[in-house]
Design a protein around this ligand. Sequence first.
Ligand code: S3P
Length: 433
Amino acid sequence: MSRYFVHPGGQLKGRFPVPGDKSISHRAIILGALAEGVTEIEGLLEGADVLATIAAFRAMGVGIEGPDNGHLRIQGVGLHGLRAPAAPLDCGNSGTAMRLLAGVLAGQAFPSTLIGDASLQRRPMGRVLNPLRAMGAEITAREGRAPLHIHGEPLHGINYALPVASAQVKSAVLLAGLYADGQTCVTEPAPTRDHSERMLQGFGYQVERQGPRACLRSGGQLRGQSLQVPGDISSAAFFLLGASIAPGSDLTLEGVGINPTRTGIIEILTRMGARIDLTALREVGGEPVADIRVRYAPLQGVVIPPRLVPLAIDEFPALFIAAACAKGQTVVTGAEELRVKESDRIAVMASGLRAMGITVEERADGAVIHGSPLLGGRINSHGDHRIAMAFAMAALVARSDIEILDCANVATSFPNFPVLAHQSGLLLAVVGA
Ligand code: S3P
């Protein structure tokens, strides 16, 4: 089992691109497979989660070349060209793969099964099963958990008000809507990442968007595209954290996606006093992108407004470390979704921080974190990639070594994290396979 040993101290310096956005990579593969003609993708994230989505479409007869250095070539089969897979489709650790594929598979004329690893089997799938069943899909699952057995049935469009702010559920319903009679609409309780809506439009499919509501009708076609995947702000987040807390740091992260539904981390860190500058603003693959320069600055505790939670949903492991390094207390509320991510991120972050001498009051929907000097210690990441990367950065200001257990899943979203982190100044060594 792979572990990180990180020596205390150091500062982060340099300039480099972060790997491709995970959410956008999944969507590019899905829409490319369902499009007419060829889709060429550059800058694809070659993480295990994305490889699971590629493998699933290959198993359904889609010709895919690559990935090779971020390049992927997909010979789209059209909306009705998928073939029945011979075996269950393995989504590994990826909630996005499972939930979005469930939406696509609900509309197919063949049965299929989605499976995943131990973490994914614990995560709630009822949130996608409910709307897909309401559209007419027949899906069986034990207690709303994977494996999901999906029987293709004719679907009908619905008007669905999402009970939780979830881009995965929104996307699953819209993807099923490509196959449903009439119109399918989703309304979200708070803004969540809108990459599916943007990319459907980029592939020539009409999506009507009005405030919190997005609608589409079946009967259209997706047209193969050439597209570039922007850098993942959720991977950049660990470097924004590290450079903000380590005196003397000065880093520039190139080509990072700054879609306003993803930039909660920048807004929250800036409220805490971080020194973050965006330059070279441009558009890449229908998404706004910038170079992000971050320099050390002393941080202050803040009360994080709940409206920012969905816009920073994957960044709370990094934000909990920032809060521990800040002066005063930081209050996180309205973040109960963190309990159903790759791990229970409230509980796992709280116990890791306590092991390093930080006082954390855990709440059902968040935590109060009291900033104070970080000791070293041994942290169990519980196989959660983002927990492992966040605690690795904490070493920059820790008093002694940090050992982080169960780090192999960093490869799901950021395979070259240890190399990039080490090159930019983190004293990190990986031990074990
Ligand atoms: C994702 C949406 C978010 C996020 C996940 C990726 C996506 O999940 O946490 O890492 O690609 O749509 P929810 O939509 O469940 O909040």
